[in-house]
Design a protein around this ligand. Structure first.
Ligand code: 4AD
Length: 444
């Protein structure tokens, strides 16, 4: 019974019957064609084990010498790591670990890979980053980027289901949104342009047309600091809501983050396990968030040993210290105006403060969300533009929001990569995006 299949398989015809590894449970005891790459290949006497990956998952494929044609057996013996191939076999469930496996009947090599540079041994980070285009074939990087994908979909669903209209903001802009020190300049014919740091200035006029809007796209900051939290190109989702106040966006931010965590817990158990993520820690984000004012946070930090002074922004270490105190995320609100953006609404109860808020992720991750209430008075904004030494002329269109039916409005921005780093519990944001851009890193 052993020699199951004639050698001349019509592979072209079989393409239509091919399955993906993630669907194998639907084909138990059935025959399928898989196409993919060799992750590992091990020979053990009269059995060969091929761990195949096809982008949807990983699957052990077993070749038993006595059950396949000798030519197939010999063909399989040539396989190297990352060789591409097609396999036909029967789907079985491994009684020990319940995983779905393929008992191979036929095998076609598509390409024998050259020696793959990334091996199971430890590699330095620069070596891996130079080979990012190959590195993300590894199981861990694959798991991270799959969770990123879940988050992107969850972000869109969250706002789409709540009546927000997507307003794409431009990437080439004439002005700064978040301070002039982190602008990337671009020659724009005879003018100076900059890569967008945030879509917010473009959402504020749009919210007067659509009520609730969001943008979601790449943003750019010429960050000269090399930290585990900073990229020069990162994705930000920014909702903006008409007639909303600080309290409204604090609540929205909290339910938004809960929704994101919930989605990943529902969809990515396999990936979280691969990343050895302690999901009980992640579930803490489903509890009510901690809230504190900037003033309270500074007091707390001083007690914890930070040398922060009132009026200073938190450093990365301060955020880590603060978030290590609680299992849930922390919303810090009402900051000194000195270090916040020019567009923030002053606090009616303390004119040293503005109605901003940041959400800090637990386990040392720090700021993932920044936002607040926007100033609605044109006089106040003109003063602020002067104070921040910005040229008022290019902001006139933005000030129109305050000329024609001004209204309170609020919003925030979530950095996707910081959210991925926290949810996956990664040591650095560089692993959260397919092709990271950082200080000294523009390749591949
Ligand atoms: O706090 P930020 O600078 O806020 C804004 O840009 C507002 N205009 C958003 C708004 O209210 N519509 O940035 C928002 C978030 C941060 O909390 C962080 O998650 C992320 O963007 N972020 C970065 N992520 C990675 N690398 C960087 N260099 C980042 N800078 C900000």
């Amino acid at each position: 019974s052993g020699k199951l299949r004639p050698l001349a398989t019509d592979w072209g015809r079989l393409v239509l019957q091919k399955a993906r590894i993630s669907e194998l449970k639907d084909h138990l005891d059935g025959e399928v064609t898989l196409q993919g790459w060799v992750r590992h290949h091990r020979k053990s006497g009269k059995i060969q084990f091929i761990v195949l990956r096809d982008g949807s998952g990983f699957c052990q494929c077993v070749l038993v010498k006595s059950e396949v044609d000798e030519q197939i057996w010999e063909r399989a013996r040539q396989l190297t790591t990352e060789s591409s191939l097609r396999l036909i076999g029967t789907v079985q469930q491994n009684p020990r670990n319940q995983n779905y496996e393929l008992l191979v009947k036929d095998l076609e090599i598509v390409h024998i890979s050259e020696a793959f540079p990334i091996t199971p041994k430890e590699h330095g980070i620069e070596f891996l980053m130079d080979r990012r285009h190959l590195w993300f074939r590894s199981k861990r990087q694959w798991a991270i980027l799959r969770i990123r994908h879940t988050l992107v979909k969850a972000i869109r669903d969250f706002f789409d289901e709540r009546g927000f209209t997507l307003i794409d903001s431009p990437i080439l802009t004439p002005t700064a949104a978040e301070g002039t020190s982190t602008l990337f300049g671009v020659d724009y014919f005879d003018e100076q342009a900059y890569l967008s740091q945030s879509g917010q200035l473009y959402l504020e006029p749009a919210v007067a047309a659509f009520g609730k809007v969001y943008c979601f796209g790449p943003t750019f900051r010429a960050e000269k600091s090399k930290t585990r939290r900073h990229l020069t190109e990162f994705w930000m989702v920014e909702p903006e809501i008409a007639f909303a106040h600080l309290e409204d966006v604090m609540q929205l931010g909290e339910s938004f983050l809960k929704h994101l965590v919930q989605r990943v817990l529902e969809n990515n158990q396999f990936e979280l396990k691969e990343l050895e993520r302690d999901t009980t820690k992640l579930e803490a984000a489903l509890q009510p968030f901690v809230r504190m004012t900037y003033n309270e946070a500074v007091e707390k930090l001083k007690k914890l040993g930070s040398d922060i002074q009132w009026g200073e922004d938190f450093g990365g270490d301060d955020e880590t210290m603060l978030t290590n105190e609680f299992d849930q995320p922390i919303i810090v609100h009402r900051f000194p105006k000195e270090f916040k953006a020019f567009y923030m609404e002053p606090d009616p109860e303390d004119d040293r403060l503005v109605l901003g808020m940041d959400i800090l992720a637990p386990e040392g991750y720090g700021e993932v969300v920044g936002g607040g209430e926007r100033a609605s008075s044109i006089d106040f904004l003109n003063e602020q533009i002067a104070k921040h030494e910005l040229d008022p002329e290019p902001y006139q269109w933005y000030l129109d929001v305050r000329r024609y039916g001004s209204f309170p409005h609020s919003g925030f921005g979530l950095g996707l990569e910081r959210a991925v780093a926290w949810i996956c519990k990664l040591p650095h944001v560089r692993e959260t995006i397919p092709y990271p851009r950082m200080l000294y890193r523009l390749k591949p």
